[in-house]
Every structure is written in C-alpha cells, then in structure tokens.
Design a protein around this ligand. Structure first.
Ligand code: A3P
Length: 281
C-alpha cells in the first residue's frame, strides 16, 4: 500500500519510520542535533549513487577487515533510524549515511570538521536506478511510467529533491572544507577500484597493503555484494532491489533521443559553473 511522502522546505522524503511518528521538520532537527565524535564518518550521497557500496568499502578500511558487514546500511541511515539516541551506543568509529542535504547534517559534525565521504554518480544512471527503486519501494509513492519518472527527476520533484541542488551544494561544501570532504566518483570506482580505494584509504588515514586493497576491491565488487550482502529491501517486498545491475551507462537502454537532448540541455545549464568531472560511460 502506498503512503504519503513527508515534506520539509520543499523537499519530500520516503516515509521512513521516523517520518511516520514525527513532523519532517523534527526528524531533520533531530539529525542536526546528533552528537558527533571525532572518529565519525558520514557517507553523503544523492539516492542511488552507490551508498551501499561506499559503506562497505569505508567499513572495511576503518575496521581493518576484508569481509562484508552483516548489518544493514539502514541502521546507520540518519533519516531512517527510528531513535537516533541508539547511535550513542555504537562503538567508534561510527559510520553513518544520509541522502539529506549538506545543510541538514549534524551541526557538531560540521563544527568539529569531522570527515565526510561523498560519492557522486552520473545523473542519467542515477535516474534509471532511481526509477526501478521507486517502482518497488513501498515507502515511495510512485507507480507511473518511465516517461513520467523522467519528468519528475528533471523537475526535482522526487524524494530528496533535485539532483543538481544536492550535488551543487555538496560541491560548495567541499570547496569550503577541502580537508573534510572527500568526493569519489562511482564511475572511477567501477573502472579502477584499487586506485580509488587507495585514495579513500589515504583520506581516511587507514593505509593498507596492495594485497588488502585487492581483497577489498574483490569483496566489494558488484557480483560479490549482490550474491552475499544482506539486502534490507527483501523485508519490504519479498525481493531485494538494491543490487540491480551496478553498471555504467544503463541509461542508454532507457533514455530516448529526445529525453537525452532535453537532459543534456538542462545538465549544461545547471552545471555550467561546476568543476565535477562526471563521466556518463
Ligand atoms: P543500479 O540500480 O544501476 O544497479 P544506493 O546504494 O545509493 O541505493 O545505490 C544503488 C545503486 O548502486 C544500484 O545501481 C546498485 O546496483 C549499485 N551498486 C551497489 N553495489 C554496487 C557495487 N558493489 N558496485 C557497483 N554498483 C553497485
């Protein structure tokens, strides 16, 4: 059954448990008031940009392991945790994640200049990935066509709002706090995981051997995660839908020529001042 989408400051959210119990404004306020530790890491992503993947890599680096975590990322997703005070019982280093805008991150986390790992994915693949997600996710009220979904994405009306708004805000934040915010690109991670995991390890201050880097890359490959990682969405509809395809360029199987032109025109305009180096294939 479909549920209403909570909304705050012009952005809607999936109807996670906290939003069913509190006003969206209060859910966001509670996130902003989370008490931070110096060792915390927050993974910041727009929806469908590789959050689960980043989580596993960061977890392996911080905990010095090459095994997949058996917890669900939902337990650390700030807007989905029913009672955020449970975070106080989580041993350090804590890894949290959120799709909420940078301006809504815990205030202390920003004041103390605690680390943030940001993963960005080309928005055409994000759009396709999000479409399949929204078709299945009972916490998101969508049962339309691809054409309708495409227009919703273009107009920034999906849960978590506009991709451009999110990513441009992150870019400004990363310029303001270059030592604190590390941006990785989904496409780079996919093409050369060892090189990219090494960069992430340098940022996190968790250097590791070439052998370990190779093991982490192998364990966090799409095929291995799809096969072995517990997928919370199984609980929601009886069939997991997070590990769908995990490829670069699936948008080409979905975008019409006209949609692609429309998308490119908007992208060019919105991103005209951006320095992101996003690749679409
Ligand atoms: P697709 O729908 O294109 O397959 P998020 O974790 O932010 O919800 O992102 C989900 C997307 O990341 C899905 O994209 C999923 O398949 C992809 N993904 C998950 N694990 C991955 C991995 N290990 N390597 C590459 N892509 C992965």
């Amino acid at each position: 059954e479909k549920v209403p989408q909570p909304e705050f400051e012009g952005v809607s959210y999936p109807s996670f448990m906290p939003f069913r119990k509190k006003e969206a404004k209060n859910v966001i306020e509670d996130i902003m008031n989370v008490k931070s530790r110096d060792s915390d890491i927050i993974i910041c992503t727009y929806a469908k940009s590789g959050t689960h993947w980043t989580y596993e890599i960061v977890n392996m680096l911080l905990r010095n392991t090459t095994e997949l975590d058996n917890k669900s990322k939902m337990q650390s997703m700030l807007e989905a945790v029913e009672d955020l005070s449970v975070l106080e019982g989580v041993p350090s280093p804590r890894i949290m994640d959120t799709h909420c805008l940078f301006k809504y991150l815990p205030k202390q986390h920003k004041q103390k200049k605690v680390k943030i790992v940001h993963m960005i994915r080309n928005p055409k693949d994000v759009c396709v990935s999000y479409y399949y997600h929204c078709l299945k996710d009972v916490m998101i009220n969508f049962d339309g066509t691809w054409e309708e979904f495409f227009e919703l994405f273009m107009s920034g009306k999906l849960p978590y709002g506009s991709w451009y708004n999110y990513e441009l805000e992150m870019e400004r934040a990363a310029n303001d706090f270059p030592e604190t915010i590390f941006t990785c690109y989904y496409e780079d991670m996919k093409k050369d995981p060892i090189r990219e995991i090494k960069k992430l390890a340098d940022f996190l201050g968790t250097p590791c051997s070439d052998d370990t880097l190779e093991k982490i890359a192998k364990e966090t490959s799409f095929g291995n995660m799809q096969k072995n990682k517990f997928d919370i969405t199984v609980i929601v509809d009886g069939k997991g839908f997070i590990y769908r395809k995990g490829e670069i360029g699936d948008w080409k199987n979905h975008f019409t020529v006209a949609q692609n032109e429309k998308f490119d025109a908007q992208y060019k305009e919105e991103m005209k001042d951006s320095k992101y180096q996003i690749t679409f294939e």
